[in-house]
Design a protein around this ligand. Structure first.
Ligand SMILES: [Zn+2]
Length: 661
């Protein structure tokens, strides 16, 4: 065995042995034999999976994304660099279409996953200016024209020859059949599916790219009318373009959809641009992109023909998926609900080290067939918490995940409803503590930390929210490490918030699934006191727009259970429910906010809306009156939706003028 594969073997076993330690008394040779057997099993599993997915890709509907497929191939490459399967990968196994040679060879372009790799490239290729284009995440296609008429549409194939998919391409959007003048040559682009079409017609599929790929290969051509071709390169054989800019102008003049681009002077600007696109703009585009393509503005045909062209590079967005191993599952208790959290072998994703990933509920563990020791795909997109997407491999040393059965706080037997694991005990102390925490957070009481709350709770000083309002400075100073000044500060801040909306009051009582926004809707509909809600039926509340019957039931039941606690709180006279101003400036008007506010905080804005008789909305609907934003031109989804629905968009200062005017 080569040195290299031994290293891989070590690595593989180092990363799995802590899961289930094997008996250390076994002889070395025995251990090696077992290890080799496992390794071979692993390799043959990967080979079979790769072949299976390759077949699905070409002949049926793909089950995994291309990047997931690449992960499998990379893994096999690491474990068995000589595997014959590796040679098959990427070769077109389809015999359905005639092969045609490309006019512009589709070679593998250099990729930079890291900024440092990109900078190294720019040091070698110092151009006076760079052409920066979106890197489309679609299916490559070449459109060949003869004397200005479309002749062929050709798939990537092996880069030199591809499948003649002209019949399908003709049905796609963005393909001019006749060009101005006598152009002979080729136009290169990507076949993409727009997000809105995907959501409307193909949302049961995995993603836009896989769907586009499946449709493009269909012999029947069915669905091709749902695809678009966006172009970014061309070659004029009879009269070559002088530079990239002329090329782009020509493509635009001939009615192609040309990929967005920018001319940039230096690498720093390109890096900033990449971050901006990745974090903001990318999500508002109609199609998927996975990076930027950067090249000089001069055309170098010799370089383009190279197997690995050097004069352009793809600067990819930070990696969003990786393979890791599940080490353990932690169960985090929040009120009555227990949520599994995956503890994984650390991996780099989106520039951060990820070791914990969300698992949602016990049902997901079952669905994924997740076990301790499973090899898994972890995904992190933007600021979203990393998730375990799927299990790649379970070896026979994997162990079943133990689901807790007893509540550690009250020792009650837990109820496992698959999608929810919870402690059914209504007087579980953890539930009470959770409610107190939520109250402090909801009312944004400063200097009343979680530590203090827990100390008071553990000492038996507080159990219900009303208990908070009976606290004296001496109750706090009696605790360990709590001085008089911080005690006064905590209580002053607590008592300073003495008038809150009904939504905040009920929302702060931690009724599962019932937040402030829902109660605001109920209050807006006229049920604007505890009494009024209590006297309403489930049917009454379910009639309100935005309130589902299940939530109406939760509200009624939750208030029934907690009403006496709520009344006890109001009886302390330390807190009152603020009455909505009838006929205030905002009476009958609804507002939604997006983006950063500069003059006031989001919460202050909300309080202002409610205090002036208006309605605060968290989303944009056709019934919304105003969307408030300081960046009305931004492509955020709320902005786009508001424009589509004809909702009036105003700035923060216009909003404040309305409030005070
Ligand atoms: Zn409990």
């Amino acid at each position: 065995m080569s040195k290299n594969s031994n290293n891989n073997l070590d690595k593989f076993f180092r990363s799995t042995k802590s899961v289930k330690p094997k008996s250390p008394k076994k002889k070395i040779s025995e251990v090696t034999q077992v290890a080799e057997k496992k390794q071979n099993e692993r390799i043959s599993f990967l080979q079979n999976e790769i072949l299976r997915h390759q077949d699905l890709y070409y002949n049926k509907e793909p089950e995994i994304s291309d990047s997931e497929f690449d992960l499998l191939v990379n893994k096999l490459h690491k474990l068995a660099p000589d595997s014959p399967i590796l040679k098959l990968v990427g070769k077109d196994s389809s015999k359905m279409y005639e092969k045609i040679e490309h006019i512009i060879p589709m070679n593998s372009q250099g990729k930079a996953n890291e900024v440092s790799e990109f900078l190294a490239w720019t040091r070698k290729h110092k151009y006076p200016q760079y052409l920066v284009q979106y890197k489309l995440d679609g299916i490559s296609v070449e459109l060949q024209y003869l004397n200005g008429k479309l002749k062929h549409g050709i798939s990537r194939g092996d880069g030199i020859k591809g499948d003649d998919i002209t019949q399908n391409v003709l049905k796609m959007n963005g393909v001019p059949k006749v060009l101005n003048g006598n152009f002979t040559g080729a136009v290169r682009g990507e076949i993409v599916m727009y997000h809105d079409i995907f959501e409307r017609k193909y949302s049961d599929q995995k993603n836009c790219r896989n769907t586009a790929s499946g449709i493009t290969k269909r012999k029947s051509g069915e669905g091709c009318e749902d695809l678009n071709i966006i172009v970014y390169n061309a070659r004029n054989i009879s009269s070559p373009f002088t530079d990239e800019l002329e090329k782009i102008a020509w493509m635009e003049a001939n009615g192609f959809s040309v990929v967005p681009q920018k001319i940039m002077k230096n690498a720093d600007k390109i890096i900033i641009y990449r971050t901006e696109i990745h974090e903001n703009l990318r999500n508002s585009l109609q199609y998927d992109i996975d990076g930027l393509v950067i090249k000089g503005t001069q055309i170098d045909w010799e370089d383009m023909k190279r197997h690995h062209p050097e004069k352009q590079i793809a600067l990819k967005f930070p990696l969003e998926e990786a393979i890791s191993i599940l080490r353990d599952v932690e169960w985090s208790q929040s009120g009555s609900v227990f949520t599994p959290i995956a503890i994984i072998e650390p991996v780099e994703l989106m520039g951060t080290t990820v070791q914990r990933a969300s698992l949602a509920n016990p049902d997901l563990i079952e669905k994924l067939n997740l076990m301790i020791g499973s090899e898994v795909i972890v995904v992190k997109r933007g600021e979203i918490i990393p998730k375990i997407m799927k299990v790649v491999y379970n070896s026979d040393i994997c162990e079943k995940i133990k689901i807790p059965e007893i509540c550690p706080a009250c020792k009650e037997k837990l109820v496992n409803e698959s999608t929810r694991l919870y402690c059914p005990n209504v007087s579980c102390s953890e539930k009470d503590l959770h409610r107190l925490r939520k109250w402090i957070k909801k009312l944004e009481i400063k200097n009343f930390g979680e530590k203090l709350l827990e100390q008071l709770f553990n000492e038996g000083k507080i159990r219900k929210i009303a208990d908070l309002y009976r606290l004296k400075v001496s109750d706090i100073t009696a605790l360990e490490r709590q001085g008089i000044r911080s005690a006064e500060k905590a209580l002053n801040n607590l008592f300073a918030v003495n008038s809150i909306s009904l939504g905040k009051l009920i929302g702060g009582f931690d009724i599962e699934g019932i937040g402030e926004t829902i109660i605001d809707l109920v209050a807006d509909a006229g049920f604007d006191s505890l009494e009024a809600i209590k006297n309403a039926s489930i049917g009454d509340l379910a009639k309100i727009e935005g309130i589902a019957e299940i939530n109406a039931q939760k509200i009624i039941e939750g208030i029934e259970k907690l009403e006496s606690d709520m009344i006890e709180l109001l009886d302390t006279n330390k807190i009152t429910i603020e009455k909505k101003v009838k006929g205030g400036n905002f009476s009958g008007k609804s507002f939604c906010f997006t983006g950063k506010l500069t003059e006031i905080t989001r919460n202050e804005a909300k309080d202002l809306v409610i205090s002036l008789g208006g309605q605060f909305r968290s989303g944009v609907t056709s019934k919304l009156d105003f969307l408030v934003t300081n960046d009305p031109g931004s492509g955020s989804s709320k902005n786009t939706k508001a424009r589509d629905l004809g909702v009036e968009i105003i700035t923060e200062s216009e909003f404040l003028e309305m409030a005070h005017g």
